[in-house]
Every structure is written in structure tokens, then in C-alpha cells.
Design a protein around this ligand. Structure first.
Ligand code: B1M
Length: 210
């Protein structure tokens, strides 16, 4: 890997936001194709996910790496659009109705973006109607729902039932996660997948994209 790109990789891995921004700017100025710059950042985030799974990184390290990635992406995004690089897949994400916790959901969104997915983040306290409207507008591959409260997790099932009633359930794969959620619960509400953390969400979404 060329020196600047190596520096970019390390800047993402270590969560150095300003360095990441500078490295992206330098690489683009020197004529590195935007797709190649993106690959370096995605690979760095891949290693971040790996380190998290191995217990070397914890949530704070993952968060600052994801922020560095996001800063780099802000510079890179217009170039990617110009280069017509297609996202890996499209995901609508939100914390379900009644639930205001968004730290985990934001991390999931950042890691997905880091892996090359186009993410539409609907925020928190998202009603089934808002999920349906977003599916109709954006035609995503996935809907990712987050819940942190035992009192709001049933709203995942309610949302899936609402998607069925609106006739859009089969057009998307529904992924669920959040501290109280289990694979068993995901199966019970007929979600297509459950991920215990942000890194596993990326793996799951990639696997389901084939
Ligand atoms: Co709240 N809260 N909170 N809270 N809060 C919990 C969840 C709680 C366990 C604390 C406790 O009592 N020990 C408890 C829930 C108990 C229960 O339901 N059985 C609780 C409670 C009770 C409440 C209130 C009801 C308190 C009150 O007002 N009486 C209230 C509810 C407000 C509401 O939502 N309507 C409330 C409020 C808040 C704050 C606003 C103060 C704040 C949220 C700030 C914010 O998010 N912007 C807050 C916080 C910070 C927490 C704790 C301390 C931390 C949550 C967090 O951010 N974790 C939490 C206790 C705890 O977890 N230790 C607690 C870090 C984050 C990175 O992890 O969110 O689990 P997490 O996300 C992970 C995975 O779960 C997974 O990936 C993430 C990254 O690896 N994941 C997904 C998450 N979403 C996913 C979606 C996917 C896939 C994976 O889609 C495919």
C-alpha cells in the first residue's frame, strides 16, 4: 500500500479524525482513485470490527474509529458520486417507537457506512408508519431496528406486522439488535436476522446480500 494510504489506514484504525481527513485530501489531490481510497477505509474499519470481536477494542475505540471514518467519508463522498461507485446495499435504520437510545444504533450505522452500505438513519422513536414511509421512499435492501428497553422491544414485532399489513414486508430483510434482543426473540417475531453488535451487523448484512 502506498505511503499516504497506509497513513490513512492507521488514522482510521487509531481514530485520528484530523489525520484521516488530511490523508483523504492528500490521496485525492495526488490522483488516487476514490474507489481505492474507500477500499482502504473500509478495510481499516474491517480490522476495527475484528479487534472489537477479539476483545482488543471496546465501544469507545470503535466509536472514535467510526468518527474518523465518517470525517474521511465527508471528503470522499462527492468524489464517489462523481465516480459512480455503487453502494454495497441500502439500509434504513432506526430505534423503535418509544425508545430514545441511539448510541448503539449510531454505531451500527457508522460501521455499515464504513463497510460501504448506503444508510438512511431515521433516528429514534421511529413509528411503524415512519418505517413504512421510508421503505416506500428509499426501496432499501434492509431495515435495521434497534431497541434497548424491554418495554419497547415488542414494537419490533409490531413494526414487522405493520410492514406485512402495508404489503412491504417481503421487499426488505429485517435485522434486529439491541441489548435485550436475542436470536430467539428475532425468530419469534420473524425477523430475517439478529446481530449482537455493530461488527456482526456488518457481517450479517453482507452475508444476506450474498
Ligand atoms: Co437508558 N436504560 N433509559 N438511557 N440506558 C438502559 C438500556 C438500562 C439497561 C439501564 C439500567 O437500568 N441498567 C435500562 C433498561 C432496562 C430494561 O429495559 N430492562 C434503561 C432505562 C430503564 C432507561 C429509562 C426508562 C430511564 C428512566 O427514564 N427511568 C429511559 C428511557 C428513555 C426512552 O428511551 N424512552 C432511559 C434513558 C436513557 C438516556 C437518555 C439517559 C441514555 C440514552 C442516551 C442515548 O442513547 N442518546 C441512556 C443510556 C445511555 C443507557 C445505558 C447506560 C447505555 C446504553 C448504551 O448506549 N450502551 C443503558 C445501560 C447499559 O446498557 N449498560 C441503559 C452502549 C451502546 C454502544 O450499546 O446500545 O447495547 P448498545 O448497542 C450495541 C448492541 O446492543 C448492538 O450494537 C451496539 C454496538 O455494538 N445494537 C444493535 C444496538 N442496536 C442494534 C441494532 C441492530 C444490530 C445491533 O440492528 C440490526
Amino acid at each position: 500500500m502506498q505511503g499516504d494510504l497506509q497513513e490513512l489506514y492507521i488514522a482510521i484504525l487509531e481514530g485520528q479524525r484530523d489525520e484521516a481527513k488530511e490523508c483523504v485530501e492528500t490521496a485525492l489531490r495526488e490522483g488516487v482513485p476514490p474507489g481505492e481510497v474507500l477500499d482502504v477505509m473500509v478495510n481499516a474499519m474491517g480490522e476495527v470490527g475484528q479487534l472489537f470481536e477479539e476483545g482488543e477494542y471496546f465501544v469507545p475505540e470503535m466509536l472514535i474509529a467510526a468518527r474518523a471514518m465518517k470525517t474521511g467519508m465527508e471528503i470522499l463522498k462527492p468524489e464517489l458520486v462523481g465516480a459512480d461507485i455503487q453502494p454495497v446495499g441500502k439500509i434504513i435504520a432506526g430505534t423503535v417507537k418509544g425508545d430514545l437510545h441511539d448510541i448503539g444504533k449510531n454505531l451500527v450505522c457508522m460501521m455499515l457506512e464504513g463497510a460501504g452500505f448506503y444508510v438512511v438513519d431515521l433516528g429514534t422513536d421511529v413509528s411503524p408508519e415512519a418505517f413504512i414511509a421510508a421503505i416506500e421512499e428509499h426501496e432499501p435492501d434492509f431495515v435495521a431496528m434497534s431497541a434497548l428497553l424491554t418495554t419497547t422491544m415488542p414494537n419490533m414485532g409490531t413494526t414487522i406486522e405493520a410492514l406485512k399489513a402495508a404489503g412491504v414486508r417481503d421487499s426488505v430483510k429485517v435485522l434486529v439488535g439491541g441489548a435485550p434482543i436475542t436470536q430467539r426473540y428475532a425468530d419469534k417475531i420473524e425477523a430475517d436476522g439478529y446481530a449482537p453488535d455493530a461488527s456482526q451487523t456488518v457481517k450479517l448484512a453482507k452475508a444476506l446480500m450474498g
